[in-house]
Design a protein around this ligand. Structure first.
Ligand code: 1CP
Length: 372
């Protein structure tokens, strides 16, 4: 455990590798690197036996808010597979929780929140409390940055010290609003979409509040050591174009411009999941540095929709990873060769599924890293 490293102050910048040495960051800054760097959404999770062992120790929010545990969970897949990116172990719903909305993760159900439906519910949210409530997350990031970059700190294995970039993240306002309004997961998020049409002033107020709080939280993550940040808009694909423009692109643009203003050299990855043809407009209008593509995206078509220097991330089907066999290296090869010559970060099109055999992840990383 990294608790042995003692209290983690800000890492000494002279001890840390130059940002441009890390393959993931080079790609996010627009360089085509071969073979492409690789990390996986939900790479820390239930498919790993060492994660399940820690899971028994504390409930989900406690795990996110305990730097010893969150640091260890984040590093587990790095030790096993030497990923090029380590994504902070936390959740997109930590933000509403930090603003005072009640939140519980119930086994077999998922997140359960007290729904926000009326102006009075919005009045109770306390964005000014987020910095204090998320202080343990920032401590986790400081520890992670040291663990990843200072040789010997975290026993990452041969060649991995200083090679893995630390990724911070947040949910995008629309997706977080979906859970806040609905009070949990849903297939359609009908109540949320109804509110956006029927009570636009109320919904705008919620999106505005989330936009500001999200930009502030991402900046705090960067100040604590995150070297890139990702914005997850998992439910963007539920919206028709005019709503997509208003609830996905516009808040994304405001967040990207605020993060860029305060931290001009830190790349921003946007993930407007299932955005279809609208991802091109999303990429050019938000000002993000990289576009994460979901499983449904045709890579060659998507590449034609975005500026050539913009990095693409994705997009292996998580079910293909779960299934394994010969189809897995074949699918990985198709993806990496389609984007060869462009800045590309290899990833899944959505998160690792809990039933995935861990050895399939190893086989995938090996296939992506073949030098030829
Ligand atoms: O212990 C457990 O079983 C809890 C499961 C779990 C985990 C491991 C949840 C509850 N969240 C997480 C971690 C998490 N969530 C990470 C950590 C880093 C990593 O990727 O390894 C990240 C980036 C997220 C992001 C997240 N949470 C998203 C966006 C990405 C996506 O999957 O679309 C969303 C939509 C959530 C909400 C959420 N949190 C947890 C669950 C089960 C869900 C989905 C709820 C639903 O819609 O049914």
């Amino acid at each position: 455990m990294t608790s042995e490293t003692g209290s983690a102050g800000a890492p000494n910048p002279d001890e840390l590798p130059k940002m441009s040495d890390k393959r993931l960051l080079r790609v996010l800054h627009g360089e085509a690197v071969w073979p492409p760097p690789v990390w996986l959404m939900r790479q820390a999770g239930r498919y790993l036996p060492e994660f399940r062992a820690l899971r028994a120790q504390a409930d989900f929010i406690t795990r996110c808010m305990t730097p010893d545990i969150a640091t260890e969970i984040t590093l587990q897949p790095i030790r096993r597979y030497g990923m090029d990116g380590a994504i902070l172990f936390s959740d997109i719903l930590i933000l509403p929780w930090a603003m005072g909305q009640s939140l519980e993760f119930v086994d077999g159900v998922g997140p359960v929140l007290e729904p926000v439906r009326r102006a009075a519910d919005l009045d109770r949210l306390r964005p000014e409390r987020v910095a204090e409530a998320t202080a343990p997350v920032m401590e986790t990031l400081r520890r992670l940055r040291r663990a990843l970059d200072v040789p010997g700190e975290a026993a990452l294995g041969v060649g991995q010290d200083g090679a893995t970039a630390l990724i911070g993240f947040a949910g995008a306002p629309f997706t977080v609003a979906c859970y806040m309004v609905e009070g949990g997961g849903s297939k359609e998020f009908a109540e949320t979409r109804r509110m956006a049409y029927a009570e636009p002033a109320l919904f705008d107020r919620l999106i505005d509040l989330l936009t500001e709080a999200t930009a502030a939280m991402l900046c705090a993550q960067i100040e604590a050591g995150a070297e890139a940040v990702m914005l997850f808009d998992s439910w963007a694909g539920l919206l028709p174009p005019a709503q997509f423009e208003r609830q996905v692109i516009e808040p994304g643009r405001r967040i990207a411009s605020e993060v860029r203003r305060r931290h001009p050299s830190v790349p921003i990855v946007g993930f407007p999941r299932l955005g279809g043809l609208l991802v091109g407009r999303y990429a050019s209008q938000t000002g993000i540095d990289a576009l994460a593509l979901d499983t449904s995206a045709d890579l060659a078509l998507a590449a034609g929709l975005v500026p050539p220097g913009l990095a693409l991330q994705g997009n292996l089907d998580p079910l293909c990873l779960l299934a394994g066999g010969d189809a897995l290296p074949a699918a990985a090869e198709t993806i990496r060769s389609t984007l060869r010559g462009r800045p590309h970060v290899f990833n899944l099109g959505h998160g690792v599924l809990p039933q995935t055999p861990p050895e399939h992840v190893g086989a995938l990383v090996e296939a992506v890293r073949r030098p030829w």
